[in-house]
Design a binder for this molecule. Structure first.
Ligand SMILES: NC(=O)c1ccc[n+]([C@@H]2O[C@H](COP(=O)([O-])OP(=O)(O)OC[C@H]3O[C@@H](n4cnc5c(N)ncnc54)[C@H](O)[C@@H]3O)[C@@H](O)[C@H]2O)c1
Length: 257
């Protein structure tokens, strides 16, 4: 098994890509700390992993809170003895923020969850990893961290914090990747194209918008969470031992156009 003996802490594990990572990593032998702001969701994912024969605990926590990030890492270490893998999959789009908030407060909220949350979790997890002399952090950036937002879909007016947060994750990944390079801690990011998850539900439930979105990807479809989890598995595993600071598109050809 590719993650035998490893401990993986996965944020955003109640849904979508994080949930798929929790399931897949446990199948590959990892002990999984399934973290999410949704207590029910984290418990559900941990139960699914355990029922399938994996080792898992549920951790409830908000990645925007520094003390909660520290606690999530400490709980993982207390239960399983280390944190070898961190997947930063907790994320939101502006539609998760109250619509009547001023645009700058919406911006703060999305940046806090997506960018600051990934930074805080990486801060506390990397401390443990450096002590051990090994570890792998996998961030969830996006194609929208590499290129401008989807032209013609009306998804951004240039002030949408989502692409700004994902571009920040790309650069954070490169910076941490090179800075930690001699500590044994690798830091990489995935840049998924649009995927069929709760995050994109408002787009995909409208058949016309869904078709337009699918056609923006050369493969003519969106990604499945498990397709993205498989790329995360590779980056998390020792098979990627010479890869750090990399941002890997998993996008059906979107950024190759
Ligand atoms: N789905 C896509 O099309 C797509 C594409 C590119 C990148 N991504 C990124 O991948 C990651 C996972 O996306 P997904 O599609 O699986 O989303 P999702 O909505 O299915 O899951 C996100 C999870 O994050 C949790 N979460 C939200 N705020 C949190 C907080 N403050 N603290 C802790 N947990 C919190 C939610 O409860 C949810 O379980 C996100 O960072 C997203 O931006 C998604």
């Amino acid at each position: 098994m590719r993650l035998d003996g490893k401990v993986a802490l996965i944020t955003g594990s109640a849904s979508g890509i994080g949930e798929a990572c929790a399931t897949l990593f446990a199948q590959e032998g990892a002990s999984v700390a399934a973290a999410d702001i949704s207590e029910d969701g984290a418990v559900r994912t941990a139960a699914t992993v355990s029922e399938a024969g994996g080792k898992s605990i549920a951790i409830t926590g908000d990645v925007t809170s520094k003390p909660e990030c520290e606690r999530m890492v400490e709980e993982t270490v207390a239960e399983f003895g280390s944190v070898d893998i961190l997947v930063n999959s907790a994320g939101i789009t502006p539609r998760y923020v109250p619509a009547d908030l001023p645009f700058d407060e919406k911006w703060d909220r999305v940046i806090d969850v997506n960018l600051k949350g990934s930074m805080l979790m990486s801060y506390f997890a990397s401390e443990k990893m450096k002590e051990k002399g090994s570890g792998s952090i996998v961030n969830l950036a996006s194609i929208i961290g590499l290129v401008g937002y989807t032209h013609g879909m009306g998804l951004s007016d240039g002030f949408n914090p989502y692409p700004h947060s994902k571009g920040g994750i790309v650069q954070m990944t490169r910076d941490m990747g090179v800075t930690f390079a001699r500590t044994g801690v690798r830091v990489n990011a995935l840049c998924p194209g649009f995927a069929y998850t709760a995050l994109t539900k408002t787009l995909t439930e409208d058949p016309e918008a869904r078709e337009r979105l699918e056609n923006l990807h050369p493969m003519g479809r969106l990604g499945e969470p498990m397709e993205i989890a498989h790329a995360a598995l590779f980056l998390a595993s020792d098979e990627a031992s010479f890869i750090t600071g990399a941002c890997l598109p998993v996008d059906g050809g979107y950024t190759a156009q």
